[in-house]
Every structure is written in structure tokens, then in C-alpha cells.
Design a protein around this ligand. Structure first.
Ligand code: AMP
Length: 222
């Protein structure tokens, strides 16, 4: 039996940071739709080209494209123990498609961890976000700055800002989240699998709450 978890929350809630840590602590595989699109863009694939204009505008890539990409990706052997979904699903259509596909494979979503963060904090979190080109470590110029500007503390690599993290695009991504993704909170609440966690608290505290919520679903304790 696999364990499948969705990290739900607005852009800037800390889903990526938390998902990475959870994946290291468990046997679950971290599947981030945004990362898959960025990798496709870097590799210059057809999928990357298709997603590019949507991403640059802070719009959602069409459901059909995202659904096909994710459902294919989770068939890989490294997803057999289960998946931490990060950034997917983002619409009701995506949620339904995921559910149907999992049911076909005698699987299901066990828990949805909803990271709630007040709106005013989100913009600073997104617009201040910096990522290391070499090791992928993330920083924030407001909340978690690196010691030498633009240089990764962990590996000395160069830091960059995602092109869709500019102030204007960030605001639009938040608007898109409120309109299209927020209804999923109620959707999963009705299924009785939503678990809300205060995403404003420290990273370590949030991680502990997540592990607690997952405890009964994980095959081996961490
Ligand atoms: P993220 O890294 O999750 O913030 O995603 C970056 C961008 O990739 C989003 O603004 C969308 O353009 C696209 N994207 C990622 N995941 C999805 C999804 N589940 N549905 C539609 N578009 C997505």
C-alpha cells in the first residue's frame, strides 16, 4: 500500500520547502508540477515550450496538459511507495482526474495538508524568494536572507529569482490561486481528509505538525 499526500496552499506558503524535507524523512517521492514544468523549459522540450507563456503570465497551464504530465510521472517506480504532491492539483478538474486515476490503481489520497498563510505575508514571501542555481537551496530577502548577497550559504552557488516571482506576476498568481485553487479546500474538507497547518509558524514546527498528521499513514516511523 502506498501513502499519498497533497500539500495544498497558496504560492509562498512554503509547500516546496516542506515537501523536500518530508521526502527526505520518508519513503515518499516529492512531485512538484512547477518543478517539472521548469525542468521541461530548461530542456527545451515541447511540454516546456507549451507551458512557458502560461508560467510567465502567472496563469495556470491547461488542465489536460498538467494532468497528463503528472499521471504519467507517478507511474515511475520511485513513486511506488507514495507521493507528496506539491502544486498539484490546482483545480477541481485536476483533483477529480487524480482521484479517478488513483482509484484505477487501487490507491487514494490519504491526507491533504493545507498550509494557511495570511495574504499580506504571501507577497513578501514570493517576491523575496531566491533559489540557488547549483544546489536548489531557497532563501528569502525579507525573512531568511543569505549571509553574502546573491551567494548560497550552503554551496557558494549563485542565487536567482524565478521570473514569475516578480511583484506583479506574484500578485496575479495569488489572484489565480484564490479564484481557481481555493475551492479545493472545501472539496477536501468535505471528504474529511483536510488537515490545516499554520504556515506562518517556523519551518521546523510546520514540519513536526506535518509528520504528526502523517504518522498513522507512514509504514515506518521517522
Ligand atoms: P509553482 O512552482 O507550483 O508555483 O508553479 C509555477 C507555474 O507552473 C504556475 O504559475 C503555473 O503556470 C504552472 N503550474 C504548476 N503547477 C500547475 C498546475 N497544477 N496546474 C496548472 N499550472 C501549473
Amino acid at each position: 500500500m502506498s501513502t499519498n499526500v497533497i500539500l495544498l496552499g497558496p504560492p509562498g506558503a512554503g509547500k516546496g520547502t516542506q515537501a523536500k524535507t518530508l521526502a527526505e524523512q520518508t519513503s515518499l517521492s516529492h512531485v512538484a508540477s512547477g518543478d517539472l514544468f521548469r525542468a521541461a523549459l530548461r530542456d527545451g522540450t515541447e511540454l516546456g515550450m507549451l507551458a512557458k507563456s502560461y508560467m510567465e503570465r502567472g496563469e495556470l497551464v491547461p488542465d489536460e496538459v498538467v494532468i497528463n504530465m503528472i499521471l504519467e510521472h507517478i507511474q515511475a517506480p520511485d513513486c511506488a511507495a507514495g507521493v507528496i504532491f506539491d502544486g498539484f492539483p490546482r483545480t477541481r478538474e485536476q483533483a477529480v482526474a487524480l482521484e479517478e486515476s488513483m482509484a484505477q490503481h487501487q490507491s487514494k489520497i490519504d491526507v491533504v495538508l493545507y498550509l494557511s498563510v495570511p495574504n499580506d505575508v504571501l507577497l513578501r514571501r514570493i517576491a523575496g524568494r531566491q533559489t540557488c542555481k547549483t544546489c536548489g537551496a531557497t532563501y528569502n530577502t525579507y525573512y531568511f536572507p543569505c549571509h553574502r548577497p546573491g551567494i548560497c550559504d550552503a554551496c557558494g552557488g549563485k542565487l536567482y529569482q524565478r521570473s514569475d516571482d516578480s511583484h506583479e506576476t506574484a500578485q496575479h498568481r495569488l489572484d489565480v490561486y484564490f479564484a481557481q485553487t481555493m475551492p479545493l479546500i472545501e472539496y477536501y474538507q468535505r471528504q474529511g481528509i483536510l488537515h490545516e497547518i499554520d504556515g506562518q509558524r517556523e519551518i521546523v514546527w510546520v514540519n513536526e505538525m506535518m509528520l504528526k498528521a502523517l504518522d498513522q499513514y507512514l509504514p515506518t516511523s521517522v
